[in-house]
Each structure stands twice: as C-alpha cells, then as structure tokens.
Design a binder for this molecule. Structure first.
Ligand SMILES: Cc1ncc(COP(=O)(O)O)c(C=O)c1O
Length: 386
C-alpha cells in the first residue's frame, strides 16, 4: 500500500465523525449495547468489537491499522510503553521449562525480563553475540521457543542478520521478535524479512515530540490475537485513547522527520569525525563500523544516534562536556524533535570509572530536528569547555 495512503487515509472514515480531518479521541472506558446478542458476541471474542477500552477502542484502532500496514503485517497492538510491548510480546510464547535465545545487551528492561522475572517461572535465557546465524544455531536447545533480536542496538548498534536468523528459527518452530525501534519499518521492513513479531517503542520516532510513551507489536493476526487474548488484556497496559491520538499526529510527519534526522545526522557526523576530542565513533553506516556491510545490506538508512568515544583524561572532562552544552539537552530517550546526549558514566558509580575503558568515555548523541549548524556550534563550544 502507498505510504501516503497509509498515513493520511487508512483506518479513517471521516463520515462517522462529522468529517473532521483529525480523528476524534474516543475517551471512553466502556461501550453501550442495544442487544444482548451483540454483547454476547463480544464477550465470546473481545477482539471482535468494542466493549471496554482495555481491549479495543476506535481511536486506537485507527493507529493499529496504520502501524500494521507500515510494517506490512496483518495486525497490530499498541501498548502504553515499549517496555509493556516487550513483556506482552514475549510472555505468551514461553512456559516453564522453555528456553530463550536473545542478542546480548538488549534494551535494559528486556534484559530485566529475561534475567529477573522469567527465571522465577523456570524460563532461562542464553545471550549470544548474534552477529552470525551460527551464534543463534549454536545456542539453540531442544526447548528453545523464542528468539529475541534488537538490530541495531541503540548504544553500540550491534546488528543481526535478520533474514537468516528468521529463516533458521522458522525451520525449528521458534517464534522470533525484534526490537526495530532504531530503523522503524520505513528503513527496515522486518516482517518482510521473515520476523514473526516486530516491536517498536512508539515513544521515539512515531510519537516524535517527546510527549507520550507507547509500544507497538505487529505480526500475523494469529500471533497478535494470541497476545490480545492473554497477556495484553491481563496486564491491562494497552494505550490510552489520548496517547493514540498523539501518536496518530506523530505518524503524519514520520517520513519527513526521519528524512530530516537522517540528513542532519550526516552533517553532524562529518563534524565529529574530524574533531580531535573524538577518539572513536560508533555509527552503523560508517566504514569503520565492524558490521557496516551487513548494516548497509539490510537497513535503508542509519540515523539519529551516534556514540562518541571522547578523547579525555578523566570523568570530569566527560561531565564538563555534557554540562557545557547549551542547546542539546542531557536526557534519556531519543526520536523526538530535540537533540539529546547521555553520558555512559552517568550509569556507572564514579568510583568504578575507568578511563582506560572506552565505554566509560562514551557519550550517546541523538540528532533531532534542529538546524545542523546550531547543533555543531553547541558541540564545538562544549568540546572547547573540556
Ligand atoms: C531500543 C529501545 N527499546 C525499547 C525501549 C522501551 O520503550 P519505552 O521507553 O517506550 O518503554 C527503549 C526506551 O528507551 C529503547 O531505547
């Protein structure tokens, strides 16, 4: 389906709501029935209609249709955060005694699910480098039921050969899920590459304005219905109608914003590449990036996030750099209009800081929608302040 048609038309029937161009927010917890038979039908299958907004809601349904189509998937669920989407996406497919293979260092709350929550129910996880299909094959056991990928990772941009891993998993009846937040389906159509469940934190590029959280799961109707009927309704962490409206508004400009972020990232990257205070840079399309060939093969673009290894003698210099920035905010997250930095050392106790460890000198930059020169000037003066 045409991208413009998905973004501007799909799922919207304006004749139902006075021809308003923007859809209304169906801010309702529950829905009334005229006939017992209709109620009976929805009670038998809550996915078949509107009964209670923990299940389905008309504003959220518009978003679901668009997000499913963007991924080329049959169906979609939208949750209140990306973390909730990870939880609801993994749990229905594993039981006590099962085994998961995950790429090492997935997003922190995926890792906590695998390390802290699932072991309590007898579900174990093996972490793999993930850069070759063999690393997945070698870790697979008879009881392996689930593969968890995140490609690229949002700090070190580690990449997995998505199609090959998905093909092998299918041959073993293993369900695959990927965190595709970095690329979005516009730049990496993972469902078409054979992945069963695509996850995105909608908090990032889909929302795009740093004013709502959200999490997306797309896949076949059968898998999405399995999730809906169990964990989705039980956790009760579906999106709220107003947040769905914000995400719909974000979607209207998603392609445009991604283009802008991609172009500005190139300009900022070129500045960083020649700066003497930059010892090393991590960026998937950079020729020095170890997996850049695989990155170029399966991603249509690399954008937004750049990890900078500062050439500095101590922690204080990293702190001075980050605190000297006047426009680029120091904050978690990414994908919004505003450029951001996070120093890795903020998550490391000061006493454990080891200047010989390059990661301790990492600062992750997210390039937002500002003029690239405005950002470069800000970075310049922060480098000078070191
Ligand atoms: C790569 C990645 N995946 C998942 C998440 C979780 O999303 P949320 O914050 O919407 O729960 C994040 C959040 O930062 C993330 O960066």
């Amino acid at each position: 389906m045409d991208l413009s048609s998905i973004i501007n038309e799909l799922g919207e029937d304006r004749s139902l709501y006075f021809n308003t161009v923007a859809p209304p927010i169906a801010q309702a917890s529950n829905f009334a029935f005229d006939k017992v038979a209709d109620m009976e039908k929805v009670f038998a299958d809550e996915m078949s209609g509107y009964v209670y907004s923990r299940g389905r809601n008309p504003t959220i349904d518009i978003l679901r249709k668009k997000l499913a189509a963007l991924d080329g998937a049959e169906d979609c669920l939208v949750l209140n955060s990306g973390a909730a989407a990870i939880f609801a996406g993994v749990l229905p497919f594993v039981s006590s005694g099962d085994h998961i293979v995950s790429v090492k260092e997935p997003y922190s709350w995926a890792r906590k699910l695998f390390d802290l929550i699932l072991p309590r129910f007898g579900i174990t996880t093996t972490y793999v480098d993930g850069g070759t299909v063999d690393s997945w094959k070698n870790a697979t056991q008879d009881n392996t039921k689930f593969y968890y990928l995140e490609s690229p990772n949002s700090w070190n941009y580690a990449i997995q050969p998505i199609g090959e891993v998905a093909t092998f998993a299918k041959s073993r009846g293993i369900v695959t899920m990927i965190d595709n937040s970095y690329c979005t389906p516009l730049y990496q159509p993972v469902i078409g590459m054979g992945i069963d469940l695509a996850m995105q934190t909608a908090t990032k590029y889909i929302g795009g304005h740093s004013d709502t959280l959200g999490g997306v799961l797309t896949g076949s109707h059968a898998l999405i219905k399995k999730i809906f009927d169990t964990e989705f309704l039980a956790i009760g962490s579906g999106l709220q109608p107003f947040n769905a409206w914000l995400l719909l508004r974000g979607l209207r400009t998603l392609p445009l914003r991604l283009q802008r972020v991609e172009a500005s990232t190139q300009t900022v990257l070129a500045f960083l590449q020649q700066h003497p205070r930059v010892k090393n840079l991590l960026f998937p399309f950079d020729p020095t990036f170890p997996q850049h060939e695989l990155a170029r093969k399966q991603m249509k673009a690399a954008l937004g996030l750049i990890t900078i290894e500062l050439d500095v003698p101590d922690r204080e210099s990293v702190v001075r750099f980050c605190e000297a920035l006047k426009h680029i905010l120091m904050a978690v997250s990414w994908g919004g209009h505003e450029s951001l930095v996070i120093p890795k050392c903020a998550g490391i106790p000061a006493a454990d800081f080891d200047v010989s460890n390059p990661e301790h000198r990492w600062v992750r930059l997210y390039v937002g929608l500002e003029e690239p020169d405005y950002l470069i000037n800000d970075l310049k003066q922060a480098f000078d302040a070191i």
